[in-house]
Design a binder for this molecule. Structure first.
Ligand SMILES: [Zn+2]
Length: 122
């Protein structure tokens, strides 16, 4: 994995070491502006603001990806749970997890760390 040298320690812990930011602390959690969410490590476009919805989980939540080519899903069996890990297909950055309990038509809830993303206003 090619690591962006500009990552902060907190970003590195989530993106490279697959950590999770504390719930309700992410700076993009309540962002409602129109734009695109990109991978913090490499800039690949991951989510459109149209896919973002309010979730009580404490992390930015989306119901679909912008381009499925840019995202990779991996089975994650850590912590004794069976979850789907979401990573950036281009650079391998850890983004968050995918759950099948979304409230919209897609039924998907991409639960993503603010620290893994940058937001670009359109
Ligand atoms: Zn990336």
């Amino acid at each position: 994995m090619k690591i962006n040298p500009n990552l902060t320690r907190e970003e590195y812990d989530v993106i490279v070491k697959k950590g999770t930011e504390k719930p309700f602390t992410g700076k993009l959690l309540y962002n409602k502006e129109k734009g695109v969410y990109v991978c913090k490590n490499c800039g690949a476009e991951i989510f459109s603001s149209d896919a973002k919805f309010d979730s009580a989980c404490g992390w930015p939540s989306f119901d679909k990806v912008k381009d499925s080519q840019n995202v990779k899903l991996n089975e994650d069996l850590s912590f004794g749970m069976k979850r789907i890990e979401v990573t950036c297909a281009k650079c391998g950055a850890h983004l968050g997890h995918l759950f099948d309990d979304g409230p919209t038509d897609t039924g998907k809830r991409y639960c993503i760390n603010s620290l893994s993303m940058d937001f670009k206003k359109t």
